[in-house]
Ligand binder design. Structure first.
Ligand SMILES: Cc1cc2nc3c(=O)[nH]c(=O)nc-3n(C[C@H](O)[C@H](O)[C@H](O)COP(=O)(O)OP(=O)(O)OC[C@H]3O[C@@H](n4cnc5c(N)ncnc54)[C@H](O)[C@@H]3O)c2cc1C
Length: 462
């Protein structure tokens, strides 16, 4: 391989060129929690593998929200195979009831796990496209026996017997535009990614500024509450819906106590005027003016409203980027962008994160044998994903790759709805460190209302 100025070199790694597909490694794309869990299961099964990670560290996407505290305790965030390998190496598991921040998840779990795999985890290795060696999407005869071809951003190519794509969705956020298309001018102004570290590293970017937060999910609520802690910082919150009932959740009756508490606090700030809520806001146009950035909404009837701010935080969710696999034969659900078999099991209209049933290789299979999108990417636009579900996915997929179909199809998931997405654990920790959904540092000066746990609705992290 040569070349220093971009993807000019195209060369198969010599040792892989003549190999038969069965002798090739499985390539795992992404060293997040689920990609590394896949590596652990491949290790236990004695299957050769390589993990390709675009970032410069394990958990590169998690590190982007390192200041956010998750809502599921460690007992659900550690994969079983990973735990066995780590414990055999002398690792001590963290407190199973602790709700870690993203940074703690990396330091206490993901980084030690990645270290176990040595140079099988390649950092700075961004996959740009995948295909079958010698086959475009149309060619069929002999296709299933052809190795996969993986091209990296630097032009390096590798071949593989199977691909486990755990590349996540964090790097492909939804746009600001209300119809799923970018708002006019959206790419010409600075729009901040969801969940900035408002009370930490990013404080100077927000304090004293007029800030607009767009989105109706958990991430928007988390950012809004953090912003209320800053002095001289006018906050505007824009949502498409006619009211914020969905974001407020069920208050004291919410299935997810941390979410309910978040909603209750948010409602109070809107009622007091600390946060200005703009409903029926369909972002249409964004442009810089002498006074700041004007954000214009145009609703379906053509009625316009606008707000001028200094900073915009887009918390409109994520979507999967299937473009790297566009030469493979994928069968995607037209709504969510998951596999069709998985879509009804994860539909956010029907399921909360705790009610998604166990699923594995059969629900994740595409017409392209040997390619599996797993982890949060497998859920497409559904915000109901949990690490624990992803761990069961990769256990099943790797068992199938090892030819152990009995184990592959014996999918199990222990996610009591009242135990995974917070419940009394969150309450207990809130007393110790702050709100379980990302805001730490003493925001909870008053005790939180107790919440009754009942059947849930909606997503977890959207
Ligand atoms: C703020 C927040 C809080 C959450 N809280 C919880 C919680 O409490 N409990 C829970 O179970 N889940 C939670 N989730 C959901 C989910 O479990 C996490 O998003 C989790 O990180 C998903 O793991 P993953 O391995 O599928 O993907 P990711 O963690 O997103 O990892 C994907 C990896 O792939 C890499 N990558 C991307 N593209 C490429 C490429 N082309 N080539 C090579 N590498 C690539 C990325 O750099 C990244 O390291 C939360 C999510 C967010 C955003």
């Amino acid at each position: 391989m040569s070349g220093c100025c971009g993807p000019t070199a195209v060369e198969l790694e010599p040792s892989r060129q003549a190999a038969q597909p069965g002798d090739l490694p499985t390539v795992v794309i992404g060293a997040g929690p689920v990609g590394l869990a896949a590596a652990a299961h491949l290790t236990e099964r004695g299957l050769d593998f390589v993990v390709l990670e675009a970032g410069e560290q394990a958990g590169a996407s998690v590190s982007q929200w390192g200041h956010v505290r998750v809502f599921s305790p460690y007992r659900y965030n550690i994969d079983a195979a990973a735990r066995r390998l780590l414990e055999a190496d002398g690792w001590s598991a963290p407190d199973p009831d602790w709700l870690p921040t993203g940074a703690e998840l990396i330091d206490d779990y993901l980084a030690p796990l990645a270290k176990l795999f040595g140079d099988k985890v390649r950092l700075g290795a961004k996959v740009s496209v995948i295909s079958r060696l010698g086959y475009d999407r149309v060619r069929t005869a002999g296709r299933d026996d052809a190795p996969f071809l993986i091209r990296l951003a630097d032009g390096t190519e590798l071949t593989a017997r199977a691909i486990i794509d755990a590349s996540g969705t964090y790097t492909s956020p939804n746009v600001l535009g209300a119809s799923g298309l970018p708002a006019h001018g959206e790419h010409e102004v600075v729009v901040d990614h969801a969940l900035p570290d408002v009370l930490g590293a990013d404080r100077d970017r927000y304090e004293g500024k007029r800030v607009l937060v767009v989105g109706a999910g958990h991430s928007a609520a988390t950012t809004l509450l953090a912003l209320t802690e800053l002095d001289d910082t006018p906050i505007t919150w824009a949502i498409r819906a006619g009211d914020a009932a969905r974001t407020y959740g069920g208050g004291e009756a919410d299935a997810l106590p941390a979410r309910g508490a978040l909603g209750t606090r948010l409602r109070a700030h809107v009622a007091s005027g600390r946060i200005q809520l703009l409903t029926g806001f369909f972002t249409h146009r964004v442009h810089a003016t002498g006074q700041g950035v004007e954000v214009v909404s145009r609703d379906p009837s053509g009625r316009e409203q606008s707000v001028t701010v200094d900073r915009i935080v887009s918390a409109t969710g994520y979507r999967p980027d299937h473009s790297i696999a566009s030469e493979l034969r994928l069968d995607l659900d037209p709504v969510l962008g998951s596999t069709r078999a998985l879509a009804p099991l994860i539909d956010p209209n029907q399921h909360s994160c705790g009610t998604v049933p166990a699923h594995g290789v059969d629900e994740l299979a595409h017409p392209e044998p040997g390619y599996y999108a797993v982890g949060v990417k497998s859920y497409g636009r559904a915000p109901t994903f949990l690490m624990a579900t992803g761990y069961e996915q990769v256990r099943s997929v790797v068992a199938a790759l090892a030819g152990d179909w009995e184990a592959a199809r014996d999918v199990q998931l222990d996610l009591p709805e009242t135990g995974v997405c917070s419940s009394n654990l969150a309450e207990a920790q809130e007393q110790r460190v702050g709100l379980a959904t990302g805001i730490s540092g003493g925001l909870l000066s008053a005790p939180l209302p107790l919440a009754t746990v009942s059947a849930g609705d909606g997503g977890c992290c959207g």
